[in-house]
Design a protein around this ligand. Sequence first.
Ligand SMILES: Cc1cc2nc3c(=O)[nH]c(=O)nc-3n(C[C@H](O)[C@H](O)[C@H](O)COP(=O)(O)OP(=O)(O)OC[C@H]3O[C@@H](n4cnc5c(N)ncnc54)[C@H](O)[C@@H]3O)c2cc1C
Length: 465
Amino acid sequence: MESSYILELKTLLGETRVLSEPDELSNYRFDRWVVKHLRNWRGDTVPAPGCVIRPDSTAQVQAAVRFCSERGVKLIPFGLGSGVCGGIEPARDQVLIDMSAMNTVVEIDATNLLAIFEAGVRGIDAEHAVKERGLTIGHWPQSIEISSVGGWVSTRASGQFSSAYGNIEDMIYSLEAVLPNGEIVTLGKGPRAATGPDLRHIFMGAEGTMGIITKVTLSLRKQPEQRACSAYYVATMEDGFEVQRRIIQAGWEPPVMRLYDSSEVARLFADHTYHDQCLLLMVHEGPTERVQAEIDVIARTISELALPASASITEQWLERRNHVPEWADLLQQGLIADTIEVSAKWSEIGSVYTQVVKALESVPYCVNASAHSSHTYRSGINLYFTFACMPPSSDEMEALYFDSWDKAMNATAAAGGSIAHHHGSGRLRRSYLHHDLGNSGLELLRSVKMAIDPKGIMNAGNLLE
Ligand SMILES: Cc1cc2nc3c(=O)[nH]c(=O)nc-3n(C[C@H](O)[C@H](O)[C@H](O)COP(=O)(O)OP(=O)(O)OC[C@H]3O[C@@H](n4cnc5c(N)ncnc54)[C@H](O)[C@@H]3O)c2cc1C
């Protein structure tokens, strides 16, 4: 990065808003994509950005974007860096915009159940702020403590309670963004509108390629009156899918419905294995009478396929649900691992499960290929695969990693599934997007990107080649 640019940015935004020391820049070399952690762990060079700016207002974001646009400098929006698909890949001639200083809860409107957040507000801080008013966002990604509201929108995130409360796109009321040319747009005025295509969606899942989200208004809910748990054993994943289909299509909505295959039951719930069966966990929330009715009717409806298990298993999941191992610890144990989330219609999910597990197991040195489902819809469900390979040498890890992903993506598409449920696409999935979008859909996405960002300055190379 030209040193004159750094000086100019310091003059424009203030000395403290611009980081340029190597040890400061080093913290922004990658997100949580395991490939970058692997390279770093092996001692390979992982480039840092040329400088980092930490704006504290939309006006500062706008000034920075205009500055970069006029000079053709590439920009990378950065929330809290919890992305797992390689959305952050800086180069020395690029500016990274760290949004975490824009962390104000601007307004909580209890009458209309709305809250306005600056984009860098940490998820758990947003939830705590509304909880103090007896409200909830209802969006509980496992990364809630390490991800930002703007990041949620940018990756089309899903929370653990989505089966009743929806995914992030169901909660976004309006958003403010700075376009690549420095213009500010505010999209979303009433609770619903028919004013042409819904332009808010341009930013939902854009992963920093269409502009920088600066403010997000989310629709809230009242804190539920009651929460209760239930759990069941089912003989097979097919039975588990059928049970969930019956529940959701009958109109019941446990916000949490998670079906673990027997391999994951053995790994994650070792004290609760039962004859190699799969495990269905549910959390029920809402008015007390409805919660009790839901539990009773579900028990009756699924009794021929499911055997009641202790509700304490679900309570245990609730307590431990956000604990995950660090990449470095797994690498140290000789494991290269990752998770892959996909989705499919009810009629195809069984085949996606079988084919993807088979595909992952065919990768050399595979020591784990398992799955659970965690997001349920009237017309289908997701699957969240976990794979791990343990090669004799760490030199082989990266190739095995990409081989696993390649096989899982192609097997998902061949079985009729959609290749990305909620982690986004980043650089990891960009060569598989055609499976979902088709070639003409991909061309349409490229045209939209070119129209909004003709100079190609926003997170270049992410999402699209
Ligand atoms: C342990 C763990 C658990 C996870 N669990 C879940 C889960 O349950 N559900 C789920 O959906 N995801 C999950 N993720 C993935 C990740 O947390 C989400 O994708 C999250 O939404 C990213 O938010 P972030 O603020 O960290 O964004 P970052 O990682 O900083 O950025 C993600 C992408 O969005 C862009 N971006 C970020 N902020 C902005 C902005 N203000 N304007 C424009 N572009 C922006 C970036 O350029 C990048 O491309 C998990 C990740 C980890 C490590």
